[in-house]
Design a protein around this ligand. Structure first.
Ligand code: PEP
Ligand code: MG
Length: 303
């Protein structure tokens, strides 16, 4: 189990011994809280604070994912008709290579203190992964070998091309928040259509099982860092689907740890298969909810 972190402030009351490291550091907050793009040194000092706190445990830094819902007040993004489908994440990094490379250098510079990994958001095709890795090699030389580079799977096309991506990425992390949005063609922040945003619909559950299975086939470590990982029903389903690590907001860690301790892998594997075989969201949700309630009874009985 690993933690999702947005700023060093998230660490104020968090004991790093609770987790195996950081599965998602959302670096955009280091950009949002300033009045201009942070320098290499400013970034390095934020990243190093996180790496130091976790004392040698791996820390996954997601490269800048602004655009759509995440804006920088000092940077007027060009207006777009469909920003969620537009210029964001790795698309922006590959076009604004200076910005990308300063960030990569800052992350690698935090490396002396512990293990760092780089996660590329909004990857759509394997060519983007290749291009990012080539840029890193050009800018960092042999230092590029010191970091693992992972693919964030949030776009359905990337999920369907996973057999190619998993062979070239060092690890995969699934962003279920965006994956659900793009799979259901529903804006995750639009209340008008929010009833169709259904992470527990069997259509989504089947995609999540497919991703875990494909990564296993190609020996590519796979985890989930979207909100589902920190939800009781989601954690049970994902653990049973073959995800090797779940990354969640630090507030969810104790509860999900206690919950999973009440289960067996064999039962979770069966639960995952059954949930994905349901026809409707309601059926899958009631199945998973029942399993979560039973496991939670065990937590309460032992506390
Ligand atoms: C996700 O999309 O699941 C994710 C973890 O990224 P964010 O919520 O920051 O877009
Ligand atoms: Mg996302």
């Amino acid at each position: 189990m690993t933690a999702n972190i947005e700023t060093p402030r998230d660490l104020d009351s968090f004991n790093p011994a609770m987790v195996g490291g950081v599965g998602l550091f959302r670096t955009e907050f280091a950009y949002m809280e300033r009045s201009g793009f942070p320098t290499l040194e400013e970034q390095r000092s934020v990243y190093k604070e996180i790496v130091d706190h976790f004392e040698g445990k791996p820390v996954v830094f997601r490269t800048l994912d602004v655009g759509n819902d995440k804006r920088l007040r000092y940077f007027d993004m060009p207006p777009e008709q469909n920003p969620a489908l537009g210029w964001r994440g790795i698309r922006m990094s590959l076009e604004w290579q200076d910005l990308f490379l300063i960030q990569i250098q800052a992350i690698v510079a935090a490396h002396d203190e512990g293990e760092v990994r780089i996660l590329l958001p909004m990857l759509t095709v394997v060519e983007e992964l290749r291009e990012a890795k080539a840029l890193m090699e050009k800018a960092l030389g042999s230092d590029a070998q010191r970091v693992l580079v992972g693919a964030m799977i949030e776009v359905p096309a990337a999920a369907m091309a996973l057999k190619d991506i998993a062979q070239e990425a060092d690890f995969v992390s699934v962003g279920t928040n965006d994956l659900t949005q793009y799979l259901f063609a529903v804006d995750r922040d639009n209340t008008r259509v929010s009833s169709l945003y259904q992470p527990y619909h069997p259509a989504n559950l089947r995609v999540l099982r497919f991703i875990a299975k494909t990564c296993r086939q190609f020996d590519c470590p796979v985890s989930v860092c979207g909100e589902m990982a920190g939800q009781r029903a989601g954690a049970l389903f994902l653990a049973g689907s073959g995800y090797q690590a779940l990354s969640m907001g630090v507030g969810f860690v104790p509860e999900i740890k206690a919950l999973l301790a009440q289960t067996t892998l064999k039962d979770l594997v069966a639960l995952s298969r059954q949930a994905a075989g349901c026809r409707t969201r309601e059926e899958a949700v009631s199945l998973l909810r029942e399993a979560a309630a039973a496991a939670w009874e065990g937590v309460l009985a032992n506390s």
